[in-house]
Design a protein. Sequence first.
Length: 321
Amino acid sequence: MFRYLTQRAIAFVPTLIGVSILIFFAIRLVPGDAIVAMLGTEAGMLTQTQRESLEVYFGLDKPPVEQYFSWMGGVVTGNLGLSVRHGQPVLNLILSRFPVTLELAVMALAIALLIGLPIGILSAIRHNSAIDLFGRLLALVGLATPNFLLGSLIIVVLSVVFKILPNSGDFTPLHVDPGKNLSQLIFPAFTLGFSFSASVMRTTRSAMLEVLGQDYIRTARGKGLASGVIVRRHALRNALIPVITIIGVELGYLLGGAVIIEEIFSLPGIGRLVYNAISQRDYALVQGVALFIAFNFVVINLITDLLYAAADPRISYGQHA
């Protein structure tokens, strides 16, 4: 296992380097630069000397390749650069915004599992029954409904019908007021979790149907084991592999920042931070957040692989390595 973890950790390096190169040069393909984004139309009134001075200040006077290696040199030492719009180190901004996105992702994941797993299991056990039909219909609605539409409907219903104004810039951290914090995050989390639950539901149902048709399940039934025991001890555990896979992928996306939902509900998370950074051509901030998101993905992929072995004892990374 240690050897396997070491190999995966080494493989992280080229992955993150590739992401850093891609995002570094991709953001520079966007028309405009930090000077134009900051000054707007007044940027056209700058003299050549003034513009050259600002380019030196923002580090735009150097060739792109030199800028990249200069930035990566700082990344290695933990310095992701300085945000020109916020006037703060990029790492500090990320660490201050990430707890909001992390809490939102965990709540959305919990809601998705609470809805998706039970209905998916029941749909497989009661195949082609009314419960199965309801589950498939609910999953179809969840997959077909855009997050921004569901989030907007929730805000309209809260404001118009229940006269409850949603969060609008006055976000309360969990450690300050847990009750108010949860009340502000429950609806954004449900918006994300409902769509996520549809994927969990369909994957669970499909995996359970496949496992329930295996020979060893028929043997267990022939021995007279109760249906509950068969589902819990034999079927569910073996059906968890594809479910764990989709959970890992979706959680990676959620930790990357649910940009639309954070913008709709005015949540100060990673998604909203990078959205504003892109529109403001804040190169250092965009690069830092993108690298941070990529790091989250590779770590979650590693955890997902380890959960495979926990769910299925037949998987052994120690022997594989």
